[in-house]
Design a protein around this ligand. Structure first.
Ligand SMILES: NC(=O)c1ccc[n+]([C@@H]2O[C@H](COP(=O)([O-])OP(=O)(O)OC[C@H]3O[C@@H](n4cnc5c(N)ncnc54)[C@H](O)[C@@H]3O)[C@@H](O)[C@H]2O)c1
Length: 353
């Protein structure tokens, strides 16, 4: 079918935009499905370099001017986290569909405002949870959807880095980014875990966060360059939590940018009364024929999650289909994050409204 290419703009020309978004938008541009209509960054040189490298029609330094001028269908928000909600809402109100990097917002209130704006405008919004588009995740979801696990009662999401504090950008500043590993890497694993669990409604959280390394002058970050003054670091570098969902289902969560552990580990386990699944080691675990069993996958397709997410979002806009990462699911995650930080301060479990 002949249709006009969708006009896409990318807000924020930093690391994720240039390495994981623009290359895949350019692929779609080469297929005539999109036009990279504009790129925008506060830093003029960065915006211009991005325009040149990815063949955008125009480069802007002011987001509102871009929204007014560029006649856009899609805005891809790749700025640091403080701008996710205001930029997304402005784009939705301007008639655009929005792909926005994780975490959805700085607070559950901001995230709820985004969901309300989606409903008010009838536009689509998807948080860029690329892990849902990786081959093993799709396979496990398909297995779970057959009912093979029985009743799912508990799960675990974890990503523990021994050392790996992001030293660039604004990851280390709470006012710009909200938090540390919980909202940076934890949000990916929690999103994947909740999706595999069937997106249950969270009702309470007990969490504790710690800042043990990131502000220390003697920090050894094992090859990760640290460019920030240590005194600026005011987010956590370790987070642990127990989340309760409706019907007594639970999720245990643990995330670090730095911890004195033997090695980095990450994954999700989802446990049912008939079987469980794990991403690491990948498989389905249970008991059959009077013994313990595991099913692994000898072959899965090569699938880059970011490419899958961008192609999926484009198809949803082209064909008016529901997006895989529903904004209401991302609001659940944001409520969990809010509750973990509040619980950590209060020193006790707190309800999630
Ligand atoms: N999905 C993933 O795996 C993944 C990985 C890394 C980062 N991220 C997310 O991507 C986002 C950006 O991270 P990054 O590592 O690219 O950060 P970055 O600091 O490299 O890039 C952010 C860019 O936004 C620009 N910017 C700031 N204010 C702006 C404004 N008002 N208008 C236009 N541009 C503005 C900055 O100049 C910078 O170029 C964050 O939300 C982060 O959580 C996602």
């Amino acid at each position: 079918m002949n249709r006009k290419p969708l006009r896409v703009a990318i807000a924020g020309c930093g690391s994720i935009a240039t390495t994981k978004h623009l290359p895949f938008w350019r692929e779609l541009a080469m297929e005539d499905r999109v036009t990279i209509a504009a790129v925008c960054d506060l830093d003029r040189d960065r915006a211009q370099a991005c325009k040149d490298a990815f063949g955008a029609e125009a480069a802007y330094t002011d987001y509102d001017t871009m929204l007014e001028d560029a006649k856009l269908d899609i805005v891809d928000v790749c700025t640091h986290n403080r701008l996710h909600s205001p930029f997304s809402i402005a784009a939705l109100n301007g008639g655009c569909h929005v792909l926005v990097e994780k975490p959805m917002a700085m607070t559950a209130k901001e995230a709820a405002d985004m969901v309300d704006t989606v409903h008010a405008t009838g536009r689509k919004l998807m948080v860029a949870q690329h892990m849902r588009f990786e081959a093993h995740a799709e396979k496990l979801k398909a297995v779970i959807d057959t009912g093979e696990l029985g009743n799912i009662y508990t799960a675990r999401a974890y990503w523990l880095r021994r050392r790996g504090i992001p030293g660039w950008g604004k990851f280390h500043i709470a006012d710009e980014s909200l938090g540390g590993p919980l909202i940076d890497i934890g949000v990916h694993l929690m999103d994947l875990c909740l999706w595999l669990m069937g997106s249950p409604k969270p009702v309470a959280a007990s969490g504790q966060v710690y800042r043990m390394f990131g502000d220390r002058e003697d920090l050894v970050n094992a090859g990760w360059d640290i460019r920030y003054p240590r005194s600026e670091f005011d987010v956590e570098d370790f987070a642990t939590a127990l989340i309760r969902f409706e019907n007594g289902v639970t999720m245990n969560a643990e995330f670090s940018w730095a911890a004195n552990i033997p090695q980095e580990t990450l994954g999700v386990h989802v446990l049912g009364d008939k079987a469980g699944v794990s991403t690491s080691p990948l498989g389905i675990y249970g008991a059959k024929h009077g013994t313990l069993t595991r099913t692994t996958f000898d072959w899965l397709p090569e699938q880059e999650g970011h490419r899958g997410e961008i192609r999926h979002f484009t198809e949803c806009v082209e064909e008016d289909l529901p997006v895989r990462v529903q904004p209401e699911e991302s609001l659940y995650i944001q409520k969990i994050i809010d509750a973990i930080y509040r619980s950590s301060e209060a020193g006790r479990e707190l309800p999630i409204e």
